[in-house]
Design a protein around this ligand. Structure first.
Ligand SMILES: O=C(CO)COP(=O)(O)O
Ligand SMILES: [Zn+2]
Length: 213
């Protein structure tokens, strides 16, 4: 196994455990994918993100066929659509983190911009958060919803289910997932208060300094 793949296997398990240990996903929920030069590494179905074994991660080929390791996550269509729509993305993280999932259940949010820009890091790491229609876990119909939203959104909420985030590297995708959860929490805890969001000029300045998320 190439050294780089070894490193990614170890890193995936460490970061997944870190997310699990801090309550970003519970039980056997959530899944992660990483792009390799000749395929993909994904978390096995029904596995606990807190107790992954680097040697047992599912190894898929470039056509997403299972080649090695345990049976892959049932959310392959989700990861496939996200990575196909975002060629620069190296990894995708899907969680059931509480506050982002709470936002995914709200009926009164803009599906192209579900959270306001409350903080700079939301603008820098997430940008505009999309919400796509509900599909059952593992339903291949999610693929066309993600395909439609992912070219313009690195972060997407599956309605009544949870967040999906893509980024250039696995570490960046995990950081963005954490930022999304904290931003959702800020939105919920300040709901009903007289909130000051960042202005369009402040958002524009962040985008020109740090690039569009
Ligand atoms: O979050 C999940 C379904 O949406 C978990 O599914 P898997 O255990 O198949 O990865
Ligand atoms: Zn899920």
């Amino acid at each position: 196994m190439p050294q780089e793949e070894d490193r990614l296997r170890e890193q995936l398990c460490l970061l997944a455990k870190s997310l699990f240990d801090r309550g970003f996903t519970v039980g056997s929920s959530g899944n992660i994918s990483v792009r390799l030069p000749d395929g993909y590494l994904v978390t096995p179905t029904n596995s606990c993100l807190g107790r992954l074994d680097p040697a047992r991660l599912s190894r898929l080929d470039a056509e997403w066929r299972h080649r090695d390791g345990d049976k892959p996550t049932k959310e392959i269509p989700l990861h496939r659509a996200m990575l196909a729509a975002r060629p620069q993305a190296g990894a995708v993280v899907h969680l059931h983190s509480t506050y982002a999932t709470a936002i995914s259940c709200l009926d009164d949010v803009d599906p192209a911009d579900a959270l306001p820009p409350l903080t700079p890091y939301f603008v820098m790491r997430i940008g505009h958060l999309a919400v796509v229609p509900y599909t059952a876990p593992g339903d291949a119909a999610v693929e066309r919803h993600i395909a439609a939203a992912a070219p313009r959104h690195k972060a997407i909420l599956l309605a009544n289910h949870g967040p999906v985030i893509a980024d250039t590297t696995l570490e960046a995708a995990v950081h963005a997932a954490e930022e999304l959860e904290e931003s959702a929490r800020l939105f919920i805890v300040t709901r009903g208060m007289a909130v000051r969001t960042l202005t369009p000029a402040q958002v524009g300045a962040l985008e020109s300094q740090f690039g569009k998320a």
